[in-house]
Design a binder for this molecule. Sequence first.
Ligand code: DMJ
Length: 996
Amino acid sequence: MGNYSLTLIDSLSTLAILASAPAGDENAGPKSLHDFQDGVAALVRQYGDGRPGRSGQGLRARGFDVDSKVQVFETVIRGVGGLLSAHLFAAGELPITGYNPPRTHEPGLEIPPIQWSNGFKYDGQLLRLALDLSQRLLPAFYTKTGMPYPRVNLRHGIPFYANSPLHETAPGVPGTSGGPPEITETCSAGAGSLVLEFTVLSRLTGDARFEQLAKRAFWAVWYRKSQIGLIGAGVDAENGHWIGAFAVIGAGADSFFEYALKSHILLSGHELPNRTVVNFDTTGDWMDPNVLFNPLSDFENSADSFLEAWHHAHAAIKRHLYNDREHPHYDNVNLYTGSLVSNWVDSLGAYYSGLLTLAGEVDEAIETNLLYTAIWTRYSALPERWSLRDKTVEGGLGWWPLRPEFIESTYHIYRATRDPWYLYVGEMVQRDINRRCRTQCGFSGLQNVLDGEKSDRMESFFLGETAKYMYLLFDDKHPLNNLDAAYVFTTEGHPLIIPKKPREVKARRRQAHFEPAQEEYYDDAFTNSCPAPPLVQPLTGSTTAARDDIYHAARLVDLHLIPSYHTTLYQLDGDGPSDEDDLATSPKRSFFPWTLPEAMVPDDGTCAKIYQPAELTLEFASNTQQVVDGSALNFLVGQQGLSRLDVDRIRVGTLSGLKLTMRLEEESSEEREWRVTKVNGVPLGRDEFAVMNRAILGDVSDSRFNMIRDPVVVKLQHLHRVAVDEPVADDDVEHLEYETDMQSLQAAMKALGAEKNQTGSSRVSELSSLVKSFFSRMASSLELQAPSRATPLPGMAAIPLPFNLVINQTGVTAVGIGAAPLPAIETPPGAHFPDVGAIHKKLLPWATVYAAGQSCSGTLPESAPRDHQIILMRRGGCNFSDKLSTIPAYLPSAKSLQLVIVVSDDVDDDADYLAYATSQSSAGMVRPLLDEAQLTPAGIPRRHPIPMVMVGGGDAAYLQLSAAERIGLTRRYYIESQGMRVRNIIVDEGDSERNL
Ligand code: DMJ
């Protein structure tokens, strides 16, 4: 594939690693060193030595000047990575036992010649060939997005992409005349995981182009992540749009995550790169696609930025893909919503446990790797896809092309834990491969793991990766297993390192506190170091074998139902696996891998309860009467009565025929709540909400679905009349967004008006929506009453009439023995407030406000509670009970005091109802504590205790409330089932999502 001796190139670093094998009987180490050196010599014979002159011409080609259309990603990871890694071994920058050539440390294309025993002089040929191959890939980077096109012709570049600046229609140039247009879809892994190879190439050669291109492509993928932090698997390199909306850890995305963390490791401790392009052009007139873009920032170039990306990528995966039902694994979910899209694991996804190990997430690595171990045990290989639902090969994708990911993770976990369990896993894999895949002249992939049919094809990654990790797993003393340096295995298993000058290393070791070039990122919310290996259990020798969830993985894979033929734990009668008696009586494989000796199995092992969260499905009777058919809700009742409000919200338009599936989530035995996982069969993501209007819930009351009045959170609404009578310049619009109090809004609105005396209701509503939209941007703590349509900036019409502006604020009730019940009168849910004209006092019942400041000393005037329905206070200065005790006794009446509103400085976010709606507590905002019974200023217990709520918003809110024309209060509601809150149903009141 690729037609450029890929298998040899991809195998060189494996030979270099085997070269450190102890001599032993088969002389493996020295023989491998010869094979490595002979392989390098053979390659140079075919492709030249990478220099411009005669020696650059090989038998086959000058460099990789081959008319072959290749995949950019595969060529980088297998070709460029293979050449660079082999160069680092040949040049002595990566260790081979007994091979210690003098090292050079200046970037450049030549190193002092090293004489090999096969007569070949190594002087950097592989590095020059890596540069040649990489330059041939540069045309692919001529995209607007910075993500490379997926394919390139090594000789002709990208003449076949119709929209590319390098498009050509030339006779004889393949792929340019006729035929369907070349596909511009690439995968996130393909676009985003080039950083390791291209960075090492740039640092070794001093040619800055590659590192910058690869990093830019990485960021181009990452910056496209969805609101919930997930990246898709497929993306269009030309326009940057996601193709398909799947987020996975495996095929399509895999090495992107790997390169986030490994780029951090590789770059750590190194200076920022030199970004001046020194063009070491050896073979042609190569351009630099970097010229199309602004330079990357220092942070985007730093090691830390990649760590930050990894942390956030993994956190999003843990939140939305990780599923601990039965046994932990990762789901495939919708990129935007996090809802489940398919129920299989792929063989490629097995790498993730190894990556987690490098990141210090060893527990998660161990548990998720177990599932793959169980699948391997069942099939003696890994099918490409395995269905979690059907517990069998998914969709006929039963091949195993000798992939490395599972053994790669096993290797990394073994290095972190030294648990011999993983050696037995390695032994199982080795025996199975030898039994099923070994052929006379190589190893064959399996076409079908179920029947063992071979595919007559050996992918280069078998020698490059699978065999390499198998070897390193067992060679504890290998120098790479003991190398104290920031080297990484690329996604193709090629070790890479950015060499340091010996002087630099020594100096840094001497420095007590070495400060790397960029230390801008540190977040202790994430894992920043690796845990110590778990203690080995004295009686079993394996903490993994003694885990109480080991059986969970087996059970998820149905291992316990599969007869075990080649177990070492129980001996068969010797007639072989076809023996009918054995079939019937053979023990099942509760323990795995099958190579595990009995001594490793704990005598008195226990099995933890399998985690199967409680699920509840509620089906509501189909009753057409229940459909809310008011015009306001008509548009919401789409197919199945559902409509999407936002990426994280689905509106349920009717209870009629509704089917809700809920899962009980338990943070602890006290913190248990339901989460709706499906609405009418439509899966919801972990952070997705079902929104139900209070009107459709009516008086629903059932222990399995009950609307509960929220005792903590309330909605305060206040009315303002805004008059506008002055013209305004467009510049003021900007200014307006930053105004935070009502007076300045009114002043600005005055300025906003155009000609006087112009009336007309369309103008009125145009401007009123405009103001509402301004207001919502100005003070995000203040919610606006449902503008029902988008609000483009109109040409600032004149509105002589005052119009109604209703502001919504979230408040919290008081708590403690001094807390009094809230007034019974409330603003009806979904109340509609007209844009202009009078507002009925039933909608907003209170009209008189007394602004009392902090009210910490003295006594308020008698008229304050007698003649005002609301007393407004600023938080601070004294406790809440003291504030209330400044209010004189009064005779309760409709005109006297109904409510005390305390305005706190709590900021906007805290007042977001969604924060409350998603939590059982008043997350963020502290409830005012009245820890004493209420007293009058004379110290007498109050006969009619005064209700209190607190809102956020500081001075601006205080000013607004004191200027309010009318004020009302609405209670909030949530849904409970069997006494536990349903976390992701929001009960709203108005007729629009803006009203949440
Ligand atoms: C290899 O080429 C690399 O490991 C790549 O990241 C994924 N595919 C194969 C192995 O399965």
